[in-house]
Design a protein around this ligand. Sequence first.
Ligand code: ATP
Length: 366
Amino acid sequence: MSGIKLTKVNKYFDHNHILKDLDLYIEDGDFMTLLGPSGCGKTTTLRVITGLENPEEGTLSINGKEMVNGAKKYYAPPSKRGLNLVFQSYALWPHMTVFDNVAFGLSINKLPKAEIRSKVESALEKMRIIKYKDRYPSELSGGQQQRVAIARAIVTEPKILLLDEPLSNLDAKLRLEMRAELKRLHRELKTTIVYVTHDQVEALTMSTKIAVFFEGNLVQVDTPRNIYRHPVDLRVADFIGNPKINFIDASCTYEGGAAITESELGRLDIPSVRPTSSVSNKVVLAIYPEDIRISAEKVEGAIPLVVYSVMPAGSETLIQLTTSPDNLLLVKVIGELDYPVGKTVWVTLPLDKINLYDKETGRLVN
Ligand code: ATP
């Protein structure tokens, strides 16, 4: 079987259980992002794949070849795994120029000089740093150094590329550009990419699949669209989305295929819910700020709410509405809207965009 397969991987540091029964399959050609808050085990997973860490239990195979077998204490050396890794701390050789840093991986393979030149220049062009080829790392900004590190990794045309927060030192504008570049590189090189980040926007924009981790547990693996639309539990829902999703506590009964919810937003009948006996009647409604419609005029069936604050943000406006003395609903609208604080506005919630979570277990129920 091609791709990277981790099965029942457990990793401990002293007595701390860091990776817990991790099962993850990264298909050949995937851009798989490992996403989660700081300390959840993303980098450790990457290091287990590369062989920089050895898990006590579980197996790892790469393109059908067993690389790790915890039970047999078998760990293939990193050099035998056919991987290329770029760390957040990109570790360039300080005494070598940009060109020589990138050429280093090729030179040791004893390629003809002309071929080395053409491959290095092509990698530098792809990363938009050809003009710095004669500089030394100390003469580059952090972002430029990061791009050199990526060029050095792609110059050998690896089948699998592992990237650990490679854009963390870039400013916002460059980071946006580099996301597009990495996405293009993935398409062009047809490389399998395993990418570590805690930035959910980065994950949503570049990946073909996202694996979400919390405290060493893999909680959800899916396409960016499904992760965004149907986070499997409240932790994932809380982590995904910028601005954050709204949570509203509600009570719930089920009637004729709909969840009848009562909350500070009144009664909302949410369709296509399949209740199970384990679902309690306390639920949390989750809806993204951009899915909420808002109107200054009265709209039939809409909910009247009072404006608490208006935050213009250039191309969009964020509006907080008071739903109860200690709760606010965040709405995002495209363009400028200048409602006065205290004004009553009319809010419509598209019912098919509302996710329902069991308050007790935190699990998605619709
Ligand atoms: P970040 O986004 O902050 O890099 P992460 O999700 O990549 O976080 P890991 O680096 O995988 O997290 O670390 C997971 C946990 O393992 C953390 O609690 C960390 O402190 C611990 N840990 C990592 N490496 C070691 C080590 N060599 N020795 C002891 N504990 C470690």
